[in-house]
Design a protein around this ligand. Structure first.
Ligand code: HEC
Length: 335
């Protein structure tokens, strides 16, 4: 009885040692450890505890980053590893032992890619308490504290941003329908699209719920938003330049606009007031920490920056929308 109870306790104190034994040959922390899988020093900033647990129990469910599993069949047998490099003539693998192997394609029988992770499932290798302990431990790793860089909170002018907002590749880059699917909106939810701009999300939201409020401090934007909504046949939208009333919204949705707020703390406390009990705040920003996002630095935020402002302001992280190619997305719930 006692042993059972002990076994199911959360083993946070043991977690670093468990990591050393089971994980460090493939994952590095602070530069120490293997490089078969990703470095995990800041994993707590970019994944929720729920998704870290899912990685441990079922690594194949979602493969993170550019980790492609490659199988090379040679006359001597098969070799599997993470594909490091591949071209027409050769392929390079990192084996789970950490060793790197190069093959010339003309010398091997076949090269295949498999849609599974090289990480083993720990469902049966570790007990519940050990898994919980590792999840708590990894969730606490946030990397070096996000440097408090003063952000220019400046609102760009319509002429500068309209071309960007209406760029043809936007649907592919921002996956608006997938984002809204992730919110699992109910028809009765009142959704406020704050910083709604020219209405990229507004009419899409309006198709899913009975009442949408589009808020923007730029009248010219609301005008465009209204025209777009009319073109899309979305009615039931209330357009306004002013703040939301207390207890008036179930979801406050802010796409690529939060970084422009001159007084983010005050805005967050207004949002808390405007949200009903259990209401959600959804924030999307272009990702500062990802290379090659074609947006000016002043218009990007890292996950660490977003979380360090929003969580202390009375919001609990519920989900990180980690499928977005160039944005960070957070769903937070009013505490
Ligand atoms: C044999 C090598 C190997 C071992 C052992 C291993 N992993 Fe992994 N891990 C990987 C690879 C490869 C990936 C990247 C592909 C994927 O997402 O599954 C990965 C991905 C992850 C991710 C997702 C990373 C991200 O960027 O979101 C987490 C979290 C993780 N591993 C934690 C662990 C923990 C904790 C252990 C030990 C209990 C462990 N791994 C053991 C190879 C390994």
């Amino acid at each position: 009885m006692r042993a059972l109870w002990l076994a199911s306790m959360v083993c946070v104190a043991q977690a670093p040692a468990l990591f050393e034994t089971h994980c460090a040959r493939c994952h590095a922390l602070d530069g120490k450890g293997g490089s078969v899988g990703p470095e995990l020093s800041a994993i707590g900033a970019v994944r929720t505890p729920v998704s870290i647990r899912a990685s441990l129990l079922d690594p194949n469910a979602e493969i993170y980053g550019d980790f492609v599993t490659g199988i090379v069949e040679t006359r001597a047998g098969r070799v599997e590893g993470v594909v490091l490099n591949e071209d027409d003539l050769s392929v390079q693998l990192r084996l789970t032992s950490g060793e790197m192997r190069s093959f010339l394609k003309k010398d091997v029988l076949a090269v295949r890619h498999e849609d599974r992770s090289l990480m083993p499932s720990f469902r049966t290798k570790l007990n519940e308490g050990e898994i919980d302990g590792i999840v708590v431990y990894l969730s606490s790793l946030r990397g070096p504290a996000a440097a408090a860089v003063p952000r220019t909170r400046e609102i760009a002018r319509v002429t500068e941003t309209l071309a960007w907002m209406t760029r043809p590749e936007r649907d592919r880059e921002e996956q608006p329908e997938a984002v809204l699917d992730a919110l699992a909106l109910r028809r009765t939810d009142v959704v406020a699209d704050v910083g709604a701009g020219a209405g990229y999300f507004t009419w899409r939201i309006a198709k899913r719920v009975d009442r949408t409020i589009a808020v923007d401090i730029q009248r010219s934007m609301l005008q465009l938003n209204q025209e777009e909504a009319a073109r899309r046949g979305a009615r039931n939208i209330e357009f306004r330049e002013s703040a939301l009333e207390e207890n008036s919204a179930d979801v406050i949705f802010i796409a690529n606009a939060y970084h422009e707020f001159a007084e983010p703390e005050r805005m967050l406390s207004e949002f808390r007031r405007a949200l009903r009990t259990g209401g959600r705040l959804v924030v999307l920003e272009y990702a500062k920490e990802r290379p090659g996002v074609p947006v000016g630095e002043a218009h990007k935020m890292s996950l660490a920056e977003m979380r360090s402002e929003m969580e202390p302001a009375g919001f609990a992280l519920e989900r990180i929308l980690d499928f977005l190619p160039i944005q960070n997305g957070l769903i937070l719930r009013k505490r």
